[in-house]
Write a protein that binds this ligand. Structure first.
Ligand SMILES: Cc1cc2nc3c(=O)[nH]c(=O)nc-3n(C[C@H](O)[C@H](O)[C@H](O)COP(=O)(O)OP(=O)(O)OC[C@H]3O[C@@H](n4cnc5c(N)ncnc54)[C@H](O)[C@@H]3O)c2cc1C
Length: 384
């Protein structure tokens, strides 16, 4: 339901949900800007095609090509100290993981001027707003790199075209027909039925490359199969959520300052959404036991619902706390009510956001039900 071309697209699955982003630039418009290469031990595993698993280092030249375009760099040492980074660093020491703590390479710009594709960029304002789209000109998204470059080379782009399925042309013309629904302005006035019942098409003479993300591409392929395209039965199987976890440290003893805000206090900036990582991917007997924990921020648009999320989290309920904890929680609750939840040293100012990437068992299946994508994970929440 909702606006089919709205920025955020939420797919409610069984056992796990997916958030993806629509727009010219896809999820890079709202992602967290971290540039990390996959571990070689992971690439050697049987999930990958032989070209990759037999020679994982063969990818290095492509990583370099991407690095040349996206120009990642860590949060500069000479820039202001950030509270959330300091707190996270202390936690790494407490966990005995100090040697795994590092500043993450980011596709955030820390200088003004043109990027590798000639698009003018601005240095980050350290607002921590990336996941609702940073509007300060510091986000090195696909939009300002590969798409801008493609445009410069003459590629044509059409927005609001929702590809439904692909058909192989059987006659002398050859190639493929790509059927799409057009959500363009005023289009509903021209169509008799709904936009999905009155599809438009374009003819690809030789080849079609799909780049609609793991959900969008799979959905198009599954529908194309239903419409007669010959496609492997594996499409839609073995999907993964990358063991992604969003977690919070609520009501910490010290200020964390992890709430995004486009109007920054220059003496106490929030910082980019992610600055550092406990990168514990290396050195495990089973590479799937590796994980990365990153410090995060909560963009301003979500800070209103954050108290509600936190109240529902395990450990936040009064009966699970000591008397002192209970008293502090109640005081924090009322401070929040009386003075607003963004109060610097209030519970939200002291709330820490963690983004965790690990592995799951690739147990998800995507299939079509009533012509819509249905995502089913099998017990991912209960698995090791
Ligand atoms: C909040 C968040 C934070 C993230 N942080 C990081 C990070 O720090 N580092 C990192 O490496 N990765 C991160 N990711 C993941 C990363 O952004 C994605 O893996 C990446 O954007 C995927 O690129 P893609 O081109 O495959 O697909 P997408 O970026 O999903 O792009 C697909 C595009 O296709 C369009 N589309 C979909 N279906 C159709 C259709 N039927 N017809 C026409 N168009 C269609 C969509 O509108 C979209 O524009 C994050 C993701 C999210 C959501």
């Amino acid at each position: 339901m909702g606006n089919p071309t709205g920025m955020f697209h939420l797919i409610l699955g069984h056992d796990q949900n997916v958030i993806s982003a629509n727009g010219l630039g896809g999820a890079s418009l709202v992602n967290s800007n971290v540039f990390l290469e996959t571990e070689q031990d992971i690439l050697k595993m049987g999930y990958w095609p032989p070209e990759i698993r037999d020679d994982p280092a063969g990818l290095n030249k492509y990583y370099q090509k991407v690095r040349d375009v996206l120009e990642p760099e860590p949060y500069p040492e000479t820039w202001p100290r950030l509270k959330k980074m300091d707190v996270f660093n202390e936690q790494a020491k407490t966990l005995g993981l100090q040697d795994k703590f590092r500043r993450a390479p980011l596709t955030t710009r820390f200088r003004d001027g043109p990027n590798s594709c000639g698009v003018n960029m601005s240095a980050s304002t350290l607002a921590g707003q990336e996941t609702t789209g940073a509007n300060d000109g510091s986000k090195t998204s696909t939009l300002v790199t590969y798409l801008a470059d493609a445009w410069n080379w003459g590629a044509e782009m059409f927005c609001k075209c929702d590809v439904r399925y692909i058909e192989k042309v059987q006659d002398i013309r050859g190639g493929y027909l790509i059927y799409f629904a057009c959500h363009g302005k005023g289009r509903s006035r021209l169509t008799v039925g709904d936009v999905y019942g009155d599809l438009m098409w374009v003819h690809a003479k030789e080849a079609v490359f799909l780049g609609a993300g793991s959900i969008g591409t799979t959905e198009i392929l599954l529908r194309s199969k239903q419409m007669g395209l010959s496609i492997s039965d594996w499409v839609g199987r073995g999907m993964t959520g990358n063991g992604d976890i969003l977690a919070f440290g609520h009501n910490c003893d010290v200020e964390v300052n992890a709430l995004g805000n486009p109007n920054q206090d220059p003496s106490n900036p929030v910082g980019p959404i992610i600055t550092s990582a406990i990168d514990n991917r290396n050195g495990h007997e089973n590479p799937l036991n590796g994980y990365v924990i990153q410090d995060g921020t909560m963009p301003q648009a979500f800070s209103g619902i954050l108290p509600c999320i936190l109240d529902m989290m395990p450990g936040s309920r009064a009966y699970e706390m000591s008397l002192l904890g209970r008293t502090q929680a109640v005081m924090g609750h009322w401070k929040k009510r009386l003075f607003g939840s963004n109060l610097k040293n209030g519970p939200l100012g002291n709330t820490q956001v963690f983004l965790i990437m690990s592995h799951d068992g690739n147990q998800a299946t995507l299939r079509l039900k009533d012509d819509k994508a249905l995502l089913e994970f099998q017990g991912v929440g209960k698995s090791d």
